[in-house]
Design a protein around this ligand. Structure first.
Ligand code: FAD
Length: 324
């Protein structure tokens, strides 16, 4: 019997996020021939961006447009996802493991009395079972899990499951659903953005991260220059945030953001386990530290023992030459 997978395709500021395509890819990896992969996009302008999802593997697309959905609020978004679930009766619902997905998925799982597997980094098969891999203990171990019954709910860690190459020949039906308009118990009065026009840390392919070793807010400037040249984002350890060198929105780690870029450059970061919890799944880790015994070198693919204030500007100059 064919199954139906519903993907919550996350968008921001009228654009689909990369994680939306990766979540579609995860649904495709879980599906078998004959299964249907559906996508849901919400918010004003959803119908104008929905079509893009066909090229990435959606068989049918649902949109729900309403001003309540322009900013994330759990009640409104839950009502919208529930509407799509009631309409499509999916066997599985998939979200990105983002701030929104982490909040919304458990609400959906509870309402469906479904099992949930969170923070999935890989999907494989064992006979007819779909097997989900997720990291444990700050990436020191992995577990593989399967569901014993449906429906099920999954969240997919950004930057891990590759989005498919778009196939512009694919088409999908787009259906507008009506927003159920629940009376919201909380409303958003204003969103004050701390970082504007910068690359989102959780989606950045390259992250240049600074620790207490940068010594001051000014000490982050060479790191920002390197990140600019590499078209990357700047992150930080909690040590740097606690010292007031940068905003907590940059914090990576157990109590900060979990990132999986292709390249993570740790500058003046010792490599405490709580920091490593947020970046150990990066594809390539480069550490710059003047202490050759710093624990960060144990997990680094490349290590530079030296003063970051000498090494980082040299790297920036070199990359500027190579990339221009
Ligand atoms: P330090 O440990 O002080 O390291 C600074 C490093 O810079 C040193 O290795 C030093 O050799 C090097 N250095 C100094 N000067 C230079 C220079 N000029 N050039 C090159 N290298 C230089 N931490 C996080 O990062 N993220 C979290 O989410 C997080 N959550 C936590 C949760 C809990 C419950 C607890 C208890 C702690 C948490 N921490 C977290 C804090 C963590 O334990 C460490 O204290 C923190 O990561 C240290 O930050 P750091 O590496 O920048 O500083």
């Amino acid at each position: 019997m064919s199954r139906t997978f519903l993907v919550f395709a996350e968008s921001r500021d009228g654009k689909l996020r990369q994680v939306a395509f990766e979540t579609l890819s995860a649904a495709r990896a879980s599906a078998e021939a004959g299964d249907q992969v559906l996508a849901l996009v919400v918010g004003s302008g959803a119908s104008s961006i929905a079509g893009e999802l066909a090229a990435y593997g959606a068989d049918s697309i649902y949109t729900i447009e309403h001003s309540d959905l322009n900013q994330y609020n759990p009640e409104g978004y839950f009502a919208a996802v529930k509407k799509a679930i009631d309409e499509t009766k999916p066997d599985a619902v998939l979200f990105g493991h983002t701030a929104i997905g982490r909040d919304l998925a458990p609400l959906v799982a509870a309402s469906l009395q479904a099992g949930q597997i969170s923070d999935v980094t890989a999907i494989s098969r064992s006979g007819s079972d779909v097997v989900f891999t997720r990291p444990l203990y700050a990436g020191k171990a992995f577990e593989k899990r399967s569901f014993t019954s449906s429906p099920w709910v999954v969240t997919v860690r950004p930057n891990n499951i590759q989005a498919p190459a778009p196939d512009s020949g694919r088409t999908a039906s787009v259906t507008a659903l009506t927003y159920p308009a629940p009376s919201l118990r909380t409303i958003i009065k204003e969103v004050v953005k701390k970082t504007t026009g910068k690359i989102d840390l959780s989606e950045a392919k390259i992250i240049v991260s600074g620790g207490r070793g940068v010594k001051s807010a000014d000490g982050f400037k060479p790191l920002e220059e390197l990140a600019d040249v590499l078209n990357g984002a700047v992150g930080a350890s909690r040590g740097a945030c606690d010292a007031g060198y940068c905003d907590y929105s940059l914090q990576i780690g157990q109590t900060g953001k979990v990132v999986t870029p292709e390249v993570y450059i740790a500058c003046g970061i010792s490599g405490a386990i709580q920091h490593v919890a947020g970046m150990s799944q990066s594809r390539i880790i480069i550490a710059i530290n003047k202490d050759p015994e710093a624990p960060i070198f144990k997990i680094a693919d490349y290590g530079i023992v030296g003063d970051l204030f000498e090494v980082v500007p040299l790297l920036t100059a070199e990359f500027r030459q190579v990339l221009n």
